[in-house]
Write a protein that binds this ligand. Structure first.
Ligand code: CTP
Ligand code: MG
Length: 231
């Protein structure tokens, strides 16, 4: 069934989905690979569309797959699909440029985090609504982390209690994200990094283990298992 988005919602979600998925091994672009019979992007968009504040979804697809992605998502939810770029940051910028007037909160969410629950979309958006310009979902780091030199000799142990593993969706006041992209320099792997570089404040909220990024074949197997147990 096609989801309805909320015409009174205040949130636009950008979904960068134009990556190749090199670390998954040979095959289709990652967002189009099947997880339990459906493309990762379908899983991701279905969960975003189930979040009640979402007004708009813009997907940045691999440039050669724009029409295929439009057709694939039409039965899932009303989405805008634009061609992505060579770097994730370019894909996000292309999606941001396609957001219509209205939503004042913009979330950026990796298609690769296909099992992210709708409540995480809502909690990130709520923190922006409460007055934080930039919000990221995080988890504590569980492994001991060592710093090493170029020869793999250990230089020291990093204080884990002050570290966080960062997920998406990352949420922003719209004007703040637009300004950050306008003055962006080097490509970064996350959007909050642009705000940090420009001296802006970034706030953490609790993330979700279900928001894991599907990167390697092991993650696909784990996601497949999570789906069979109700994710
Ligand atoms: N992404 C994008 N445009 C790019 C590169 C990445 O939209 N030029 C998206 C991916 O589709 C993914 C998200 O950014 O949803 C996070 O990137 P990552 O997990 O690195 O995915 P890929 O780049 O596809 O994977 P890999 O780095 O293994 O090739
Ligand atoms: Mg990548």
């Amino acid at each position: 069934m096609t989801a309805q988005l909320n015409p009174r919602g205040d949130v636009a979600v950008l979904v960068p989905a134009a990556g190749a998925g090199v670390r998954l091994g040979p095959g289709a672009p990652k967002a189009l690979r099947l997880l339990a019979g459906e493309p990762l992007l379908v899983h991701a968009v279905r969960r975003i569309a189930a979040a009640p504040s979402v007004h708009t979804i813009v997907v940045a697809a691999p440039a050669t797959e724009v029409e295929a992605v439009r057709a694939m998502l039409a039965p899932v939810a009303p989405v805008t699909v634009v061609p992505g770029g060579a770097e994730r940051q370019e894909s996000v910028a292309a999606a941001l440029a396609a957001v219509p007037g209205g939503p004042e909160i913009v979330l950026v969410h990796d298609a690769a985090r296909a099992l992210t629950p709708p409540h995480l979309v809502e909690s990130v958006a709520a923190a922006v609504r409460d007055g934080h310009d930039a919000v990221i979902p995080v988890l504590p780091v569980v492994d001991t982390i060592k710093e090493v030199d170029a020869t793999e000799r250990v230089l020291g142990t990093v204080d884990r209690s002050a570290l966080r593993a960062v997920q998406t969706p990352q949420g922003f006041r719209r004007s703040v994200l637009v300004a950050a992209h306008r003055s962006a320099g080097d490509a970064l792997t996350d959007d909050a990094g642009l705000i940090e570089k420009q001296g802006g404040a970034v706030m953490c909220v609790p993330g979700s283990e279900l928001a894991l990024k599907i990167t390697r074949p092991f993650d696909m197997a784990l996601a497949e298992h999570l789906l069979t147990t109700g994710a």
